[in-house]
Design a protein. Structure first.
Length: 565
């Protein structure tokens, strides 16, 4: 091949030819050579490495090292990696502040920015490295849109913290805040939990949103099963990351695209894994968005259909005892896949980016003797999965409840109405919420928030007060953290800012949760509800310019995944 000639050796270099090959591309090559790429580098397949690194928080702090290992694997397999960065917002840090409004919006910005850089540079393949809640869906949405050979690699879970012989996660810190506010924990006790909960880099340790989405993307097939879930703190993580770099080169040479992995059956597999593991309610929002990008029909009802036939098999925080590192050590996603395939609940023919089918990967599962994290179906923790979709006169388009962390199947109580998450938190902190109450937090949906912020500050404060933990219910058009536990209904749609029925709930109205019958209602007549909605007035927008304004103008309902296109 001449210095200015085009690659034609079947190496997988396809799209980047337009950028790097031929005499007319000499200016582009000159600029790329200026930053250290050789002429030989530029004639190889160009692999984009989309990194969500930041030094703001532990979830993404270590991703520079992960990226270096991925790039080494790409080079060893005959490609040229080109790394670029995108944004991330730490949910744990921003929780309970105005900054939390940026979290879900960041999912769209991540997807858009990865798409833009990839299309702009016409990469031949893509590895997206993700570490926090919105990183996983954002990068997978971009992979689905672009449909070039690629995969998503998770940076891995944090190690559990330890205090007085107990494993800790950031969930314990949030709940300690509630206990402190109630006078059940002193300043020194709160400081001890804070200082010991997060011992280093990696994403929040329970089956919260980051670990839920990372695991589910292994079942989706777009993340390498067995590699992506290796915890951040293990030495094997860099070896696994290097292997992911080699894997993407196999995908490039074979021409295998995300559309061959992200299929209707694969999405059902992913949802089953969320249900079986007691995963985050945010998975509903994110898989609706991923399916949208892939052009695959999916509704909130599909989650209830799949969860209702999938037993809860994993004893993971926040509803259970163990953390994500324990899940991986017990046998990880291969073992869970084996359990679900044995029960006839997965399509084992679906492909993974490893080049094997899910059934083949499950066949390689290695269960740690005596582990009590991933149960067999015959010894399920619950006969049905962790996700339930309710509908009713408050939520005609649906809402989502995670039932893995509590036993209540019905609740009836008086509405305590708040038009913001902050107001609700102050009420809990001030001791104004009583056993039996139903907290209604509205105007926190995709448009109303805007950004549909999570309610972990409120739910953890409730969970930290023993007399409220098993007696209070909550519903919101906002979201919950994956660390939330208790009787909590989120994603209520339509949202209050769009004139949804939740906007018509009055203080003291009786709210009825009926999980067996999948109902959520305010106990007033249809005529009274209609009269209240007729008198409702749309609030003034909170933002009149900038990214929040753009988001409000384009975002869809939570029941459609809160997508912006």
């Amino acid at each position: 091949m001449s210095g200015n000639g085009k690659t034609s050796n079947g190496s997988g270099k396809l799209y980047s030819i337009a950028v790097t090959e031929g005499p007319s591309r000499a200016p582009a090559r000159a600029m790329l050579r200026a930053v250290g790429f050789t002429l030989e580098d530029l004639h190889k397949p160009i692999i984009g490495i989309a990194n969500t690194w930041t030094e703001i928080g532990p979830c993404n702090f270590h991703l520079r090292q992960i990226a270096e290992a991925v790039k080494q694997g790409v080079r060893e397999a005959g490609g040229t990696p080109m790394e670029f960065n995108t944004v991330t917002i730490s949910d744990g840090i921003t929780m309970g502040t105005e900054g939390m409004k940026a979290s879900l919006i960041s999912r769209e910005v991540i997807a858009d920015s990865v798409e833009l850089v990839t299309r702009g540079n016409q990469f031949d393949g893509l590895v997206a490295i993700a570490g926090c809640d919105k990183n996983m869906p954002g990068t997978v949405m971009a992979l689905a849109r672009l449909d070039i050979p690629g995969l998503m690699l998770y940076g891995g879970s944090i190690a559990p913290g330890h205090l007085n012989g107990k494993d800790l996660t950031v969930q314990d810190v949030f709940e300690a805040v509630g206990a402190h506010a109630a006078g059940k924990l002193d300043d020194a006790g709160l400081e001890a939990v804070e200082a010991n909960a997060c011992p280093g880099a990696g994403a929040c340790g329970g089956q919260f949103t980051a670990n839920t989405m990372a695991m589910a993307c292994e079942f989706l097939g777009i993340s390498p099963i067995g590699l992506s879930g290796v915890p951040a703190f293990l030495e094997e993580k860099l070896t696994a990351s290097r292997e992911a770099g080699r894997l993407v080169m196999e995908l490039v040479r074979k021409g295998q695209k995300p559309s061959q992995f992200i299929t209707p059956k694969a999405i059902e597999n992913a949802i089953a894994s969320v249900a079986a593991s007691g995963g985050s309610t945010n998975a509903v929002l994110h898989f609706l968005a991923i399916a949208h990008e892939a052009g695959i029909p999916l509704t909130v009802g599909d989650f209830d259909r799949i969860s209702s036939k999938t037993p809860l098999l994993c004893d993971l925080k926040p509803g259970g005892k163990y953390v994500a590192a324990d899940y991986q050590a017990a046998g990880g996603s291969r073992l869970l896949a084996k359990r679900l395939i044995e029960a006839g609940l997965l399509d084992g023919s679906c492909l993974n980016v490893t080049g094997k089918t899910l059934a083949e990967e499950a066949g390689a599962a290695k269960e740690t003797a005596g582990q009590d994290v991933i149960h067999a179906a015959a010894n399920a923790l619950k006969p049905t999965g962790g996700l339930v979709i309710l509908k009713g006169n408050i939520a005609p388009d649906g809402c989502v409840i995670k039932v893995a962390g509590h036993k209540r199947l019905e609740h009836r109580g008086p509405a305590r109405v708040f038009d913001s998450e902050h107001a609700a938190f102050l009420a809990v902190e001030a001791g104004k919420i009583k056993p039996g109450d139903v907290m209604v937090i509205r105007y926190e949906g995709p448009k109303g928030g805007p950004g549909m912020q999570e309610m972990l500050g409120v739910t953890a404060a409730v969970a930290g007060i023993s007399e409220l933990t098993d007696t209070v219910a909550l519903l919101t058009d906002g979201r919950f953290s994956g660390a939330t536990r208790g009787l909590m209904a989120g994603h209520v749609a339509p949202e209050a800012a769009m004139g949804g029925p939740i906007a018509a709930v009055h203080e003291g109205d009786t709210i009825h949760f009926d999980i067996p019958n999948r109902k959520l209602d305010v106990e007033i007549s249809a005529e009274e509800l209609a009269s209240r909605l007729k008198a409702w007035k749309k609030p003034e927008p909170k933002f009149k310019r900038g990214v929040f304004k753009k988001y409000v103008d384009t975002v869809s309902s939570a029941s459609q995944g809160a997508v912006t296109n």
